[in-house]
Design a protein around this ligand. Sequence first.
Ligand SMILES: Cc1cc2nc3c(=O)[nH]c(=O)nc-3n(C[C@H](O)[C@H](O)[C@H](O)COP(=O)(O)OP(=O)(O)OC[C@H]3O[C@@H](n4cnc5c(N)ncnc54)[C@H](O)[C@@H]3O)c2cc1C
Length: 332
Amino acid sequence: MPNSILVFCEQRDGQLKNVGLEALGEAHRLGTSSGVAICACIIGSDVASSANDLSAYGASRVYVAENASLAHYSAELYATILSDLAARLQPVAICMGATAMGKDIAPRLAAKLKTALVQDCVSLKMEEDCSLVATRPMYGGKLMAIVKPVSLALQVVTIRQNVFPALELKPNTSIPIEYLALPTTRTRSVAKVREVQQTVGGKRELTEAPIIVSGGRGLKGPENFKLVEELANALGGAVGASRAAVDAGWKPHSYQVGLTGKTVSPQCYVACGISGAIQHQAGMSSARVIVAINSNPAAPIFKLATYGIVGNLFDILPVLTEEVKKLRKKCA
Ligand SMILES: Cc1cc2nc3c(=O)[nH]c(=O)nc-3n(C[C@H](O)[C@H](O)[C@H](O)COP(=O)(O)OP(=O)(O)OC[C@H]3O[C@@H](n4cnc5c(N)ncnc54)[C@H](O)[C@@H]3O)c2cc1C
């Protein structure tokens, strides 16, 4: 199907990840104006029940690779399944989330297909000849690079989470669904997953949270993270941390936002006692609304913030949490 965009939709335990649906939405938006079909691919064990759901997010055709051996992610297997499918479909582009999995698969896929890769895109445009023009942050968000293909070859792109809106169309239960055969002898997995340990048990995944409240060294100690947690709970958001807080052992690395942590793009990011070093900004500067609480009016975070509160977080956070709770009660 040469006139198609192939979207890899990630799932965990049969639950589709938002970013795959966001990728579908963007592919649909690009495809509508260029008459391009949107092919979604899901891989895993017990994933077929999600196939029909994908029509509501913009897929016009779904490919399912389902097998018990695919229950745990395998870079080699997943990339081979996608490259075999791409070789058959000859899509104009392949799109997936810039998640840990997406960033692992995409380069392998691009190498297998001998084509270009653009990671962590925040904007995509399709030219008349169906080539993609991608915008991506570089140097920790200091500049935006516009990447154009030098030839008309297929491009592999990963998109930043929470940047592109997902669609919500009427589900179409009659879209074509094709089951893919597993790759055979060519793929020998060099790694075997023996155990999966949840690092943030039961908590909302940071990269998917629409609201994040993060704490930094200004909290003075791990016990004070409860102030951040209380505000996050009141807002229905997730908790993040600066590297200083993580390095001090106040929170595990899975909470870290920034260059060497997670990249997040929530609707709202509240930075509490975080100076706003460039490496922290690299992970959160694309948040829609940034609220900074800091006692130092010259802290760099205020240059980025939509709303800034200069003051002592130990006074401000409890008041803010109480006010949010009151508002929530009123609106309930
Ligand atoms: C290669 C490299 C990679 C890095 N990767 C990351 C990364 O991924 N993420 C990251 O966050 N950092 C990263 N860093 C570290 C980064 O440079 C900063 O050191 C770090 O972000 C600082 O964390 P912080 O803002 O919590 O602490 P600080 O810079 O110490 O800031 C604490 C802030 O709290 C304020 N404060 C103090 N008391 C109060 C109070 N009572 N009320 C209100 N405000 C108060 C202070 O005014 C100050 O602005 C990296 C650095 C390097 C070199």
